[in-house]
Design a protein around this ligand. Sequence first.
Ligand SMILES: [Zn+2]
Ligand SMILES: [Zn+2]
Length: 467
Amino acid sequence: MGTMIKFCGGAGTVTGSMHLLTADKNKVLIDVGLFQGRRDEFYAVNSQFPFNPSALNCCVISHAHIDHCGNFPTLVKKGFKTKAYLTPSTKDLCNFMLLDSGHIQEEDTKYINKINKRRGLPPRQPLYTKSDAIKSLKKLRALDYHKKFAITQNIKLTFFDAGHILGSSIPTFDIYTNKGTIRLAYAVDLGRPDLPYLRDPEVPKDINYLIIESTYGGRERPSIKTVEEKLSKVINKTVKRGGKIIIPSFALERAQEILYFLVRLLREKKIENIPIYVDSPLAVNITDVFKNNWEYFNEEAQQLFKKDLSPLANKNITYIQNVDQSKELNNKTGPMIIISASGTCENGRILHHLKNNIENPRNTITIVGYMPRNTLGRKIFEKQPAVNIFGRPYQLRAEVAVIDAFSAHADKNDLLRYIKECGRSLRQVFIVHGDPEQSEKLRKSITSLNIKTSIPKKNETAHLSPV
Ligand SMILES: [Zn+2]
Ligand SMILES: [Zn+2]
């Protein structure tokens, strides 16, 4: 039978990462991400698997982003019986991320069923519920970085740090065959150097095959080091006119990153001493996971924690879980910073803050993440003169500031450097997790390195062999 990898999802596109590694009779699923698309496609793609979930030996989850772990509850619903391996921080994060995802599926189904009822259409079932998500958590098994562990009788797994978000890993597989060993690494997603809290991405030794992401395969991104200056300018300008700074943010990593920079600016007295509110139950829970996992941080961030200078426990920061406290923010005046989710402004408490603040020219809405097409966030990013919130039009009079230096993904140069650092053992690179144009640009740049490279299509299979 030999050794092969089937690219079941996140091939030719960014979301829904899922790959099946087969080594003789053993089958290991690498990532089980949610594919994000329009509603019908979302349901069609995520509710089926191109393999039998009950025949898998185990599953390996690279990190806690929903496009990498978010379809695990469906896998369990469809008969997956064994264990999913992930790092300890990823396990802690999944507790909140998967439950939140189950909640979103339920809410979305409620909304669509209201419309279906009016149209005389039959009701739908959610892809999975919060209770399905809770059931699936029992199958998660934490495995620390750098510990080689036998996950089947012929495959050993080691996690290396991907430096992408807290807990992110590069699962590396030693596959033992009767003709020799194959070493395969999965760098999807791959971070970039110098990110707050995170250690720089590690390069596992002696890799023969590499699966790598290409979100920014053809683009260069500004360095994260430029964030501080840009952020302080936005804040100082808004404070001068007595306005509020509203920051829609992803609850995982981006919110904590912003806090890191804000606290540094406060400490260096580069911004006024103003209150910071984190108004998102998910972001608050995730911040607690950060606080409990600081031993996985980089040296600099660990020192801050040891010296009681944690950027997550500053006196200016108030974490808000309950709804009444969230509503009270509307009555508070004076300059303040409000960080709220969802990051794309599609749902969550950020909608209330936008509704209350968007028509006041003293305020600034600060965009710190990618806004996909057709989202409210995108409309604000494009500075459309009027936008709909909760079905009512609002004039966009607040200033819109864009800080584009936040990115947890390696850019074109980072990716090329990473591949180069893999050294001479590397025989083939598979490019996944990117729009076709970005993947193709990365492939072209790799040709200069003289390494066999391909961009597998969805459900394509590649054979791996020992050197
Ligand atoms: Zn990711
Ligand atoms: Zn991803």
